[in-house]
Structure formats: structure tokens, C-alpha cells
Design a protein around this ligand. Structure first.
Ligand SMILES: *[C@@H]1O[C@H](CO)[C@@H](O)[C@H](O)[C@H]1NC(C)=O
Length: 446
């Protein structure tokens, strides 16, 4: 029988893969989705990945997962006796813990639909008065919740953790653990609205606690990593991640001090969030400050485009970004949106510097076929995101706005783009009226 040892480490990291770094700040159970994701990507040796998963899952009570991983490693159909014994023992412990908590859970069940559940003080009073509820019961519920979690039964675990939150004092020695456990369990059952609530609760707790600065920094670093999982799944997450990571100095400081690699996720969020373009200025400042500690194709893409105005390099970086995103569990679902918005950024910036561009030149810059590029630009203009006109005959795009010097462009573009484009829209309107009289036939308007 092969027993993986404690010394087994994650396979040698791939150039842009952040999984090993991210896993340092995640709960063991939260790492499984990331590891399984890597397992189906071709960037690591599959055998080594599976061995690492087996090593990790062995430290939990998820016996079925252990057995399944052994099978995938072809370690034989016959399960070692030790594993069967472990399974029996786990089930026995679960039973014991459940029987300890059963009377109190029955009471909770009875009270569930009454108004009392809404107010935890009243709820606790009734439990104490009518159901002989004692502080040991809270401890038992906590132990059961933790054990269920260890066994991979996250759904049931959240119920007991919810109960704990309801009856526990924030001074309870386990309170912080309950907050973390609940957040992890909600993430693992993909309940993003509950996870977001737990994330806010935890943040409030950490920000108002008496931690030493070092402890607080550590806690925030964890919260940032867990937050990424929530933010890229909850519909409001792409605003909230910018709000928390970029606009809250305590969290930005934690990122810069402890985990500058998180800039990848912040940059991705800003790129795909068209409504938050004014975050670009601050983001680029941070990316430049940290560029000696951390850079990847995504942060470099922004530098190429907004610091160096190097479109050719931006285009090449965008190409690399796609590989990075495709292999990053946190942001893989944003790939198409990312590419669409990154192209839009190149186009907007390009157009602000050049007054008239040919579609074929632009298609080349964006790695698109000329016809696709034209359709794409037409859509942009049609959706009123861009003040430009297309001359199909000549294959030209002509911008409504006057060209700017790169320096002007940087200042103007980054400083409150939304206000600026409103102003420009008016300006362009007037200019267009003059121009139209000269050559109204050759233009298509959208
Ligand atoms: C998430 O959890 C909340 C609270 O437990 C529950 O009301 C809701 O139905 C859950 N949502 C999903 C999608 O499971």
C-alpha cells in the first residue's frame, strides 16, 4: 500500500499558476475545487496532482473521497482495512455527536416557524427556560458542525453553524471559527448570497476586533482570498471586490504587504466592470507600485495600454491573458467577458490617439478577421458606447472625438471618464452637424 507522506508537496508551480499561493490562504476543503480543476488542466503531471489530492484528502474525514482518489490513482480496487475501519469510526463519532445535540435540535425545530427565531435573545431565553438549554449545548452543536464539515457534509454543517451564530455570544472562544466555518461551508455548497452575508459579517468582526496588527493582517489576507471566490460568483461581486480591495486602505494594504498576486483578480474585476472604469487610475497606480513584486500578463496588459500606450504589446499580452485565465479557477468563467472588454479598452485607447484608422489595421491589432472586426465595431457604435462612424467603402473608422496626445490621453481618460464622455458627446454632436453638410452621403450613422 502506498501511503503518501506529509512531506509531499504540490507539484512544481507553473509560471503563472497561483494555485499554490492561493491555497496557502484557503481552508483545506476550499482547496479541493482548485486542485481538481488543475487536475483536468494539462499544465501539471496528472499523477502528481492526484497524489497531492490524496495526500490532502487523507487529512480530512471524507473517506469516500479518499477511496475515489485511490481508485483514480489505480491503487487497486481492494480498500485497505485501515480505511474501512476509519469509515466505521467516523460514522460512529457522527452518531454520538448527533445524539448529544438531538434534544436541542428538536426544540429548535419546534421554534423554527415562530417569531422567536428572528430575535436571538428571545430565542435563547425560551431555549433556556423551556428546554433546559445549557452552554454545553452550544459547544456540542459547534463540535457537530465542525465534524460534519470535516466529513464533507457542508449542507448540514451550515444548519448547525447557523444555530451557533444565533445562540453564541461574540465573546465565545469558538465564535470566530463559526464565522469562518460558515463562510467556507456556504462557498462549498455554492450558496453565494449566504456566503456574501458571511463575508460581510466576518469583515465587520475582524475590523472591530482587538487583534494585534499582525493578527488582523493575517485574518484580512485570508478574507481577501476567500472573498475572491465569492466575488467572482455573486452577481454583485464585481462591484464589491473593487470596493473592498481597492477602496478600503486596510485591505489594499494587506494585498500590497501579504499577497500582491491578488492584483490579478482585482485587475480582472476592473477590466470586466465597464461601470467602474474610474477605478482604473488607482488600480494602475498600485500595479506600478507593486510591479517589482508582482506582475503577470493581466497586470502587464494594463501597463502596456495605459502607461506605455504600446498597442502591439498590449495585443500580445491579451493573448497571454487568455491562457492565464483559462488555467485560473478563480476567473476562468470570465474569459469571454475579459477578452471582449480588453479589446474594447484597446480600441477606445487607440481611437483616442488616432483620428482615422483602417479596419484592417485595427483587426490586425486585435487579432481578428477584418469582417469580424467591422461587425464588432459596428456593434460598439450601435450600443452607443463609442462616438465613431464607419466608412464601409474605404474601410475606415473615423472617430468623432479629436485625437489627443498620449499625455493628454492619460490624464483625460483616467480622470472620470464618464463625465468626460458626456461632455464630448455634446461637442461631437455640434461638430458632426458641421461636417454632415459636406459629405452626408458617404457616411453610415449608427
Ligand atoms: C442559501 O441559504 C439561505 C439561508 O440558509 C437559503 O434561504 C437559500 O434558499 C439558500 N440558497 C440556495 C440557492 O441554496
Amino acid at each position: 500500500m502506498v501511503t503518501p507522506t506529509e512531506t509531499e508537496t504540490m507539484p512544481q508551480p507553473h509560471k503563472f499558476d497561483l494555485t499554490a499561493k492561493n491555497c496557502e490562504f484557503l481552508d483545506r476543503h476550499l482547496t479541493f475545487p482548485l486542485l481538481e480543476f488543475l487536475c483536468i488542466k494539462a499544465i501539471y503531471n496528472k499523477q502528481e496532482m492526484l497524489e497531492f489530492i490524496l495526500d490532502t484528502v487523507n487529512k480530512t474525514n471524507m473517506i469516500d473521497y479518499i477511496m475515489d482518489t485511490r481508485k483514480r490513482l489505480n491503487l487497486g480496487d481492494e480498500m485497505p482495512e485501515e480505511l474501512n475501519q476509519r469509515k466505521t469510526k467516523v460514522l460512529q463519532t457522527l452518531k454520538e455527536l448527533q445524539s448529544e445535540v438531538a434534544p436541542i435540535m428538536k426544540a429548535t425545530e419546534i421554534l423554527k416557524n415562530s417569531e422567536m427565531m428572528k430575535d436571538s435573545k428571545t430565542f435563547l431565553n425560551v431555549l433556556q427556560k423551556d428546554y433546559n438549554f445549557k452552554s454545553e449545548n452550544v459547544e456540542s452543536a459547534y463540535k457537530l458542525a465542525k465534524y460534519l464539515y470535516e466529513c464533507g457534509n457542508y449542507q448540514d454543517s451550515t444548519s448547525y453553524l447557523y444555530f451557533c451564530l444565533l445562540v453564541m455570544s461574540p465573546n465565545d472562544k469558538n465564535y470566530l471559527n463559526v464565522l469562518w466555518g460558515k463562510l467556507a461551508a456556504e462557498i462549498l455548497i455554492l450558496n453565494w448570497s449566504s456566503a456574501l452575508e458571511d463575508l460581510s459579517r466576518l469583515r465587520e468582526f475582524i475590523d472591530n476586533s482587538n487583534f494585534t496588527p499582525m493578527q488582523a493582517l493575517q485574518q484580512r489576507t485570508w478574507l481577501i482570498h476567500w472573498g475572491v471566490l465569492v466575488f467572482f460568483n455573486h452577481p454583485k461581486g464585481r462591484d464589491l471586490i473593487i470596493e473592498m480591495f481597492l477602496n478600503k486602505p486596510l485591505y489594499l494594504n494587506a494585498i500590497q504587504t501579504m499577497c500582491p498576486h491578488i492584483l490579478r483578480y482585482l485587475a480582472t474585476a476592473v477590466i470586466i466592470n465597464r461601470q467602474k472604469r474610474n477605478a482604473l487610475k488607482d488600480l494602475i497606480k498600485v500595479i506600478q507600485q507593486e510591479s517589482y513584486n508582482y506582475r503577470d500578463p493581466i497586470t502587464e496588459f494594463l501597463e502596456c495600454l495605459y502607461v506605455n500606450f504600446n498597442f502591439e504589446q498590449a495585443r500580445m499580452k491579451l493573448h497571454e491573458c487568455q491562457t492565464v485565465i483559462l488555467n485560473d479557477f478563480f476567473i476562468v468563467s470570465c474569459l469571454d467577458e475579459f477578452v471582449e472588454n480588453a479589446r474594447l479598452m484597446i480600441f477606445e485607447t487607440f481611437c483616442r490617439i488616432h483620428q482615422c484608422i483602417t479596419i484592417s489595421m485595427f483587426a490586425d491589432k486585435l487579432n481578428m478577421k477584418p469582417h469580424d472586426a467591422e461587425c464588432w465595431i459596428v456593434n460598439l457604435i450601435r450600443n452607443a458606447r463609442l462616438n465613431a462612424k464607419i466608412d464601409s467603402k474605404l474601410g475606415h473608422v473615423v472617430m468623432g472625438t479629436p485625437p489627443l496626445s498620449p499625455y493628454q490621453q492619460l490624464v483625460e481618460k483616467i480622470d472620470s471618464l464618464s463625465v468626460r464622455s458626456e461632455h464630448l458627446a455634446g461637442l461631437v454632436d455640434r461638430k458632426n452637424k458641421q461636417k454632415n453638410q459636406e459629405s452626408i452621403d458617404s457616411w453610415k450613422y449608427y
